[in-house]
Design a protein around this ligand. Structure first.
Ligand SMILES: Cc1cc2nc3c(=O)[nH]c(=O)nc-3n(C[C@H](O)[C@H](O)[C@H](O)COP(=O)(O)OP(=O)(O)OC[C@H]3O[C@@H](n4cnc5c(N)ncnc54)[C@H](O)[C@@H]3O)c2cc1C
Length: 377
């Protein structure tokens, strides 16, 4: 049983209408341009879509994680993984730490502005020398009069070029391991330089390297407690991974629908492709995979919303859905034949976009390591 109420389903209908009307028709252009317009943030804000789960006090809709979950699924209908990723990074990874750990002043300045679509956010944790091994980050923040001086480099940061502020993980002590990590909200300004990266998929998204050179960050931009930043990283991992699982389920559903329609229409050897057993069985297996991914994701979501600590279920959902989505997109591409290899067809892009899932937000190998611990192996 899906965990959604009628109210959530109404939101789904209106979000889907907006996405199909305002975003999907431009997906191809934005992908070709390797950029989606910044104005989208304001457009989504006007629909209340940048603050579904946030309190009204900061301009949010006062909803819950289920409202956000609906949007995560529907964003896949944009048909541009990069656009969904850029908007999603703002909503699902950059602003949640400010909501959970920020002071009222930080919430007014950054969260409320982000919900209004006036400021764009990014989360900067990964570095050239530290990805899966988050504790190995080396960007330093040294105490100076009135704040910190930041030096270092982040990489693969979503919204890394366009973001007005970067929620940045830094080392604030010389201690190794998980200790001595803190978070600073760094405004784009003097000493902050971005450089866009060329990537396999997500073309409309500005994944970038960001360097910090003697960047002064005032004391009041310390997010959460000094040296307790690892807690902040862990606090949003479950939601980030659930959001990715929901996004994969949405993308798989859409891809299946489009591919089944194509297989009914396209003829070979005197009948529709779906009239050939090999193709029909493939579509049946794909529908089974979409359903299995949806069930495991909704189960994890329901537990998460109920306040459990569903580390095992969320990890399994992230692991299963990201690989399954990539495999399904590859099957969809195969069913499209030569057309599937062409830029004009949505499926070429969907297959490239889906390849990120098993790497980002904690790779497949890291998910298995977590499960190894949870299962006491
Ligand atoms: C398009 C894109 C967008 C991204 N957006 C952001 C963002 O907004 N913010 C941000 O901070 N980061 C972001 N990332 C970074 C992403 O989270 C990392 O790429 C990811 O965590 C993997 O880290 P890494 O690339 O350094 O690979 P590594 O950690 O170097 O891993 C390389 C390989 O080794 C495997 N591996 C590592 N450790 C182990 C182990 N213990 N056992 C077995 N195998 C292991 C990995 O699974 C992987 O296959 C993004 C990445 C991409 C590609």
């Amino acid at each position: 049983m899906p965990p959604f109420t009628d109210e959530h389903e109404q939101l789904r209908e209106s979000a889907r209408g907006f996405i199909e009307r305002e975003l999907a028709p431009h997906a191809q252009d934005w992908e070709e341009a390797c950029w989606f317009p910044d104005e989208l943030f304001a457009k989504l804000a006007a629909q209340g879509l940048l603050g579904l789960k946030y309190p009204e006090q900061y301009g949010g809709q006062g909803g819950d994680y289920l409202h956000e979950a609906v949007l995560c699924e529907e964003m896949a209908r944009t048909g541009s993984g990069g656009t969904a990723a850029g908007l999603g990074a703002h909503i699902n990874i950059a602003t949640p730490p400010i909501w959970k750990f920020g002071t009222d002043e930080q919430k007014q300045r950054y969260l409320a502005s982000a919900i209004r679509g006036e400021l764009i956010g990014a989360l900067g944790i990964t570095e050239p020398g530290a990805g899966s091994d988050v504790a190995a980050i080396s960007t330093r923040a040294e105490r100076v009069d009135g704040g910190f001086l930041v030096n270092g480099e982040k990489t693969y940061i979503t919204n890394g070029v366009r973001a007005h502020f970067i929620v940045t993980a830094v080392k604030t002590t010389a201690e190794g391991g998980h200790h001595g990590i803190s978070f600073l909200i760094v405004d784009r300004g003097e000493g902050v330089a971005s450089s866009a990266l060329h990537q396999l998929g997500w073309h409309a998204s500005d994944t970038a390297t960001i360097s910090y050179q003697d960047v002064f960050v005032p004391e009041h931009n310390l997010l959460g407690e000094l040296n307790e930043g690892f807690k902040l990283i862990m606090a949003n991992f479950q939601w980030e991974r659930l959001a990715m699982a929901l996004g994969a389920v949405g993308a798989m559903q859409l891809a299946w629908e489009r591919t089944a329609a194509f297989a009914r229409e396209r003829h070979a050897f005197g009948r529709p492709l779906s009239g050939h057993q090999a193709i029909r069985h493939k579509l049946a297996d794909m529908a089974t995979s979409v359903h299995a991914c949806r069930c495991i994701t909704y189960d994890a979501l329901r537990r998460f919303v109920a306040g459990e600590d569903p580390l095992k279920e969320v990890t399994m959902a992230k692991l299963l859905t990201q690989r399954a989505s990539f495999e399904l997109m590859d099957e969809c591409l195969q069913i499209h034949g030569g057309a599937g290899y062409m830029r004009e067809y949505w499926v070429e892009r969907a297959a490239r976009d889906a390849r990120l899932g098993p790497i980002g937000g904690g790779s497949d190998e890291i998910m298995r390591e977590i499960l190894g611990r949870v299962l006491a192996l």
